[in-house]
Design a protein around this ligand. Structure first.
Ligand code: HEC
Length: 149
């Protein structure tokens, strides 16, 4: 019994350790400035991260809203305006202006801090490289040119 518990926790420790070198391999810290993180961002990895978003968001062109708006082309949209039909909060719509890399990075760090009162009930992505990956994925889906310098 004890041995089984120990081997489970060893396996867990091994899998946690396996995550860390992946971040180091890219040669950029998760806390590096956005432009540096975006240079090593991986839209393919962002696609996997997007599974956390997919409970509420679709990403393909012309697909409907869920609990959150469709995100195809959001990187070219005004904040709180990507979907014609979605009922956005005034909190998000009153931010004004267009999405940018930098704004998406702040939004995805902590939605409630970016737009207090938002209905996106999502705690945020703590890891800066994970955020960069998902931003690259958003750009890859209707976003046009990725310029995050
Ligand atoms: C629990 C549901 C939920 C999850 C999970 C979620 N979102 Fe959202 N998202 C929303 C809602 C609701 C809104 C609209 C917020 C508002 O109107 O205040 C939104 C809005 C957005 C917007 C702005 C859209 C626009 O038209 O300006 C972006 C970008 C976005 N989410 C990205 C993401 C990403 C990327 C993830 C995953 C890392 C994610 N969201 C996870 C519910 C969610």
């Amino acid at each position: 019994m004890r041995a089984a518990v120990r081997s489970t926790s060893l396996a867990l420790a091994a899998s946690l350790a396996a995550c860390a070198p992946a971040a180091r391999d890219r040669g950029v810290s998760p806390d590096a400035p956005l432009a540096a993180r975006m240079k090593v961002a991986d839209a393919g990895a962002g696609r996997a991260v997007f599974r956390q978003c997919a409970a509420c968001h679709t990403i393909n062109e012309g697909t409907g809203d869920r609990d959150g708006p469709n995100l195809y082309g959001v990187t070219r949209a005004q904040v709180g305006h990507n979907s014609q039909r979605f009922g956005y909060t005034a909190a998000l719509q009153s931010v004004g202006g267009a999405w940018s890399c930098e704004r998406l990075d702040r939004w995805l760090t902590n939605p409630a801090a970016f737009a207090p009162g938002t209905s996106m009930h999502f705690p945020g992505l703590r890891d800066g490289l994970t955020r960069a990956d998902v931003i690259a994925y958003l750009y890859a889906n209707g976003g046009g040119k990725l310029d995050c310098s």
